[in-house]
Design a protein around this ligand. Sequence first.
Ligand code: C2E
Ligand code: MG
Ligand code: MG
Length: 750
Amino acid sequence: MKFQRSPLQLSLFYLIVAALWIFCSDALLLWLGLDRDTLNRYQTLKGVCFVLVTGFALYCALNQYRLEQRRARSALKHSEERLALALESAQEGLWDWDMQSGQVYYSRQYCDMLGYTLEEFGATNDSWLSRLHPDDRERAGQRLKTLLAGRSTHDESSFRMRHRDGGYRWLHYRGQMLLDAQGQPSRFIGTASDVTRRRADEDSLRQAAAVFDSTLEGVLVTDREQRIVHVNPAFSRITGYAVDEVLGKLPSLLKSGRHDEAFYQSLWHALNSRGAWSGEVWNRRKDGEVFPMWQCIRSIRDESGTLTHYVAVFSDVSAIKHSQHELDYLAHHDALTGLPNRLLFGERIEQAIQRGGALLLLDLDHFKIVNESLGHNTGDQLLKLIGERLSEAIGANVTLARLGGDEFGLLSCDCSEADQASQLALELLDSLAQPFAINGETLFIGASIGISLFPDDGDSVEQLMRNADSALARAKSSGRQTFSFYSQDMTALAQQRVRLEAELRQALEQDELRVHYQPIHRLDDRRMIGAEALVRWQHPERGLVPPGEFIPVAEDSGLIGAIDAWVLEQACTQMRRWQALGLQLEFIAVNVSSRLFSRGELDLRVERVLRETGLDPAQLELEVTESAVMDDPQRAEELLTQLHRLGVRLAIDDFGTGYSSLARLKSLPVHKLKLDQSFVRGLPQDGKDAAIAHAVITLGQSLGLHVLAEGIETEEQATYLREIGCPFGQGYWFGRPQPAERLLAVQADN
Ligand code: C2E
Ligand code: MG
Ligand code: MG
C-alpha cells in the first residue's frame, strides 16, 4: 500500500525543516569558524529563504483546502442528483417538514404529482393541509398526534389530495419522524407517490370478487390446459361439487354424454377462432341428474396475446325449460281431458300427411241432452271418462285429441287402408258401448264417426278435416252409432266386410265351416296318392262360400288362427279315419295362412294336433304360399326348419307367383313345389306357360324336390305335364274338392 501525504502535511514538513535549518545553521557556522561578515550575509540570505519557504507552504495549504471543498461539493451534488433520479424513477415526491419553523420542503416531483409548480404549491404545512380532502383530515390529524406523542416514529398511510385540475388524487405517504437531542420531534421527512390508479384497480378487483362470489351464475375458470383453477359458490350450488372436489380437474367431469363429438368440435372451433362460444349444454350434476344450462365461454389472453385461461359463466335453465314445457303443454292440450287439442292435432296431421293414414272424427250422439238434463258438471265428468275410455281402446300409434265440445279426433298412421280404419272405428264404438257411472247415475252414450283417408281424400289438414266432417254428417244421418267414410264406395265396402266378419264369427261358433278334399294324383299311373284340405263356409243364405271370399277377412280380423286350427284338426282326424277304412293315402295336405306363418307358435299347434290324432308326421303336408315365405325369408327359414324337425312335409304353394330367390329356395327344408294353376291354364298351347312349367319342373328336379301341377282341367294338360317330367298333379280333371265321404265313394268307384 502506498502511503500518501496530503499537500498540507507536506508544507508543514517543509516549514519545520526550514525553521530547524535557520536556528541550527548559525551555531554550526560559528563552530566551523566562519567570519562575521560572511555570517551576516548568510543570515540575510537565510531570512529571504525563510520568507520564501513559509510563503510556499501557505500557498500549498490554501490550495489543498480549496480542492477539498470542491470535492465535497461535487460529492454532495452527485448524491443529490442520484436521490432526485431515484425518486423520479420511482415516481415518488419528497417532503421535509421542519417542526420548529413550520417550513416544509416539497420536491418538484411532489408538486408535479398534484399539477403545481414549486412556487404555486408553497412551502408550509398549510400548503399541504389546505389541499387535503376534508374527509381525510381527521384521520391525518390523529396519525400526526400519534407521531408527536412519540408513540411511533414511522408512519405510512394514503390520503386524497386535491389536484390543480380540481379532482382528487390518492397519495401514499411514508414518513420518518426525527428527534432532537432532547428526544423532541424536530423533523418529519418522507416520500409520497400517486396511487390513484392502483386504488381504482384494487376497487374494481374488490367489486369483481364480490360479483364472483355473489352472482347467481356459476363461474368456472380454467388454465390453458383446461384444469379448473377457480369456481364460485354458485358453481357449487348448481353442480353439487364443492370447490375442493373440482380444483385441478377437467370440466369434462360435468359431461352428460348427451352431446356427440361434433358438438364439442364446433364449440372448440368457435372458441379458438372467435375467442368465445355461447349456447345450451346438457351437463350432469354430482348426484347424476342431467340438466340444461346456458353457457358462455371466453378464452383469456395476456398482453402478448398468449392464451392463459378460459372462463365459463353459466346458468341453470332447467326451471325455464320446465316452465316453457308447461306453457307449451297448456297451449297444445285440452284442459279438461288432458288430451291434445285441435292445434296439436292439426300439427300431427300435417306431419303425417306424406306417410298416409286415416283421420277419424268422433262425435257423441245427443250429448246436449246430458248437459241440459244433468248439468255441465256431469257433462264435463262424462267427457273426461270418455277421453279415458277412448285412450284405452287405441294403440300406441294413434293420436287421440279433443277438438272441442263433444267432438274427438283420432289420427292413425297404421290405417291407410279402409279395412284397418273401419276396424279402429268399430273398436272405438265398441269401447263406448259399456255404460258410464257418474255420481251414482248410469249413463249410456253413443257416437258417430266420420273417416277420411289420406292422401286419397285430401292433401291438407283443412281438406281432410272438412271431408271427415262431411263423412261424420253422413254417419249421423244414417242412424248414428256407426261410421262413414268420405268416399261412399269405401263406406259400402267397409260395411260389407264388417257384416261378413260378424257373420264369420258366428259361423265358427255355429259350426258352419266345412272341409272339402281335393285328390292329388301321380301323373304316370294316375293313382291317387293324397288329398288337399280346403275350407268352405256353408252360409245359411248364400250357400257354399269359397275361401277366397272370407279368408282375407279372417286374416284381417284375426279369425284365421281359429279357422286354420280347426281345418288342421279336421284334416288329420279325417286322414286317420280313412286309414281306418283302409284308404291308403301317402299324405294329407293342409294350407297355412301367411299371417299365422309369420306369427310363430305354429309348430306347437301342429305338434299338438299330431299328438292328439296320432297321425304320422310324415303323412302331413303343410302348404305355405311362396309370397309368405319370401315376405320374410329369414323368419320363414327358421319356422320351416322347426316344422321340418317335427317330421312333417312342406310344400310351397302357388309357386311361380312369388318371386322366389333361388339362393333362398336352396336353403329351405321344403319337399315340394306346387306350380301355380295360372301357368297350367294355357297348356299345352301357350308357349310362355309351357316355358315356365318346364323351368319349374327342371328346377325341382335339380333341387331334388317333388313338383306338382295345380289346376289340371284336361287330359291333354295331364299328359303334356307328364311328358315334360312333372310327377304329380291336382285339378278338376282328377276331381273337384268335395266332402270326405264323396271322395271316398269316388275312390271306391275307381
Ligand atoms: P290353393 O291352396 O292353391 O288351393 C287350390 C285352389 O284351386 C282351390 O281353390 C281349388 O278349388 C282350386 N282348384 C283346384 N283344381 C282346380 C282346377 O282344375 N281349376 C280351377 N280353376 N281351380 C282349381 P279354393 O278351394 O277356392 O281355395 C282357394 C285358396 O284358399 C287356396 O288356394 C288356399 O290358398 C286358400 N285356402 C283354402 N283352404 C284354406 C284353409 O283351410 N286355410 C287357409 N289358410 N287357406 C285356405
Ligand atoms: Mg294349397
Ligand atoms: Mg295353389
